[in-house]
Design a protein around this ligand. Structure first.
Ligand code: DLZ
Length: 278
């Protein structure tokens, strides 16, 4: 009978609403339903799992929202990068977890934790956000460079924050998004990279046969990943207008280059763990 559950937060001011909305998108929650009426606005975000916890007694963090993470130290860095104030840095807790507390933009107090040992029955194979010792290729399109340079800055920032060293990042530039799949495939075939990040910006207004090009670039990147076995992250903006692209390249809707790089780090770690689990 119950279809879903969500926690409702109603900031006092619209600026706080916007700040919190941007922040929740920037830490990797998937944007869900959103609306704007004459007297109100709303935005939902989706997490892989949600529930309600009822607590009594001591030891609970004084927060409105709690998140479980698989890489709590890296998540703390991501919070800071996106404007949260860390009230209490990651520390091991007596209940077998590592936790931090932060004040997110918009005034939301949040805690995030990671179990030091996964609870029984929850031993899913997942990649962590650890980039150190891994090599990454970034292929970036020059077309719409105003946007793609911002995606590149976001991707480099994410790689550095998760521990990649400068010498382990190989940068390849191509004329436009149409050239991304081939360059990504050549890089994957070189054997030099654990994961590849593809960055571009396709704007409907500027691009003849826009839908066909989008489909071709998406298919080409996916096919290169599947056929080479090297994870490829898709950081190609496909927008109707330049304004939408700007919002996704470091403004209102986060930075898709940063998010793509995090996906590449996670997938490279997952690939290693899956190979070890065999
Ligand atoms: C030609 C073209 C056009 C019209 N629009 C875009 C775009 O919005 N985004 C992008 O990344 N590239 C565009 N290009 C360039 C093509 O991707 C490609 O580089 C050229 O057609 C040469 O093959």
């Amino acid at each position: 009978m119950i279809k879903s559950i969500h926690h409702l937060i109603v900031p006092q001011r619209e600026a706080e609403f916007d700040a919190l909305r941007r922040f929740l998108a920037s830490i990797g929650l998937s944007p869900g339903e959103n609306w704007a009426g004459a007297h109100n606005r709303g935005a939902k975000f989706e997490a892989p799992a949600a529930g309600v916890e009822v607590g009594f007694g001591e030891g609970f963090p004084e927060v409105s929202l709690v998140m479980e993470s698989d890489a709590v130290d890296e998540l703390c860095g991501l919070f800071e990068h996106n404007g949260a104030r860390i009230l209490s840095p990651p520390a091991d807790q007596p209940w077998g977890a590592r936790m931090f507390i932060a004040l997110a933009p918009g005034g939301l107090r949040m805690a995030a934790f990671q179990y030091l040992k996964p609870p029984a029955g929850r031993n899913a194979l997942e990649g962590g956000l650890r980039a150190s010792g891994r090599r990454f290729g970034i292929v970036v399109a020059r077309f719409n460079q105003f946007i793609t340079e911002r995606l590149l800055a976001g991707a480099l920032d994410a790689l550095r924050r998760t521990g990649a060293s400068e010498a382990d990042i190989e940068l390849v530039r191509v004329p436009g998004s149409f050239e991304l799949p081939l360059a990504a495939r050549l890089l994957a075939q070189s054997g030099r990279c654990h994961a590849i990040i593809c960055l571009g910006c396709l704007l409907r207004g500027e691009t003849a046969h826009y839908d066909v090009i989008v489909q071709e670039v998406t298919r080409g990147i996916g096919q290169s990943a599947q056929e080479t076995g090297i994870p490829h992250a898709f950081g190609v903006l496909t927008c109707d207008t330049l304004e939408q692209a700007v919002d996704r390249a470091g403004l209102k809707m986060g930075n898709k280059g940063f998010e793509a790089a995090l996906a590449a780090v996670e997938m490279s770690d997952l690939a290693t763990r899956m190979a070890e689990a065999r």
